[in-house]
Design a protein around this ligand. Sequence first.
Ligand code: GLU
Length: 425
Amino acid sequence: MTTASAAATAVVNAGPLDDALRQLSAAVELLAYDEGLHQLLAKPRREMAVSIPLRRDDGTVEVLTGYRVQHNFSRGPAKGGLRYSPDVTLDEVRALAMWMTWKCALLDVPYGGAKGGITLDPANYSTAELSRVTRRYTNEILPIIGPDTDIPAPDIGTDEQTMAWIMDAYSTSVGHTVPAVVTGKPVNLGGSLGRQSATSRGVVHIALAALAYRGATPSRASAAVQGFGKVGSGSAQFLAEAGVQVIAVSDRYGAVHNKAGLDIAALQAHVAQTGSVVGFVGADTIDSDDLLTLDVDLLVPAAVEGVVNAANAHRIQASIVVEGANGPTTSEADEILHARGVLVVPDILANAGGVIVSYFEWAQGNQAYQWTADEVEQRLESRMKQGWKSVLDTATRRDLTLRQAATVTAVSRVAEAHLTRGLFP
Ligand code: GLU
């Protein structure tokens, strides 16, 4: 795992669920919805907690905890990633599921929102053990997932192999192959070209749009990226390819810095070899906490929740924050950054590239027809740019922050779908 840990930077905060609920309340107030509708949007429609007994390779048995939360189905099947992390809690999964609902609605992807998690650090388990955990978890949540019900995808600590195991366990159980039960599958099992890089490509489309909006030229801009996993590594790469000087990156083990700009391709090769950014020649080691407050134009937190918080928001020097992670900025920090004139591009817009291409994968599967990598990338770019334009227009027209504009748009789409369907019975 190459995801930076929040523990080092997070101060005591009420947590991601509190942040998600505060964002929803602000949107509900702007939309003048009544309390009944507010509660309907605040509460997950369905959630499941399961025990997962795992036989370790040494024969001992360990019992892990897994969750699947389905926040909303008003616009379509629930959709969202599955996270493997020792820090996973039910409240965190609830927050992440709610953000998936808003993300899908904002980008007009025909899904509701869901999220899953298992309390484990994949770095401490063998591939065979991870396969057993994944299959047993799939078996436990089987009654509530399916291609028209709830479609898992990768998130922190999971990847296309995890999706292949879920697809296999599900298919074996129902008696026929069901590729559409997950997205983010390997391409040889019906995965989409361009899915692996989709989130980070999307982050960079948005980052470049935000730089242009603030009058900055990419070749004269600098960036720091927190996290060097699927999202952070790709974001650093595509930023560098666009001419931006990426001067610092971090992972859970440490941070590296070079004020002349890091050679991202060489750094990726170093990580592939050693498992961490630490020890990369051609860079100085810096404290991971200091990465967030470096003097850069663009900061991309691409790891976990709560890292930009009341303890460091006053010291952030970047003029633009693009949220590659889900929920990296606490509500307190959001207010501080807004007051200081920092442009924060919210997660539900900035990192939506992943679920957009998940939707493309599902659509390709349903059509039994594969799109080319170029087609996928062009459609992704056009959706991200359209999303940016519509959020910026709403923010300008209604004098809102980008997060308020994005949340209001998303929440109103979900509420309207719900109201059009009507309440059963
Ligand atoms: N885990 C990703 C996210 O947080 C992707 C979810 C998906 O593709 O369903 O957006």
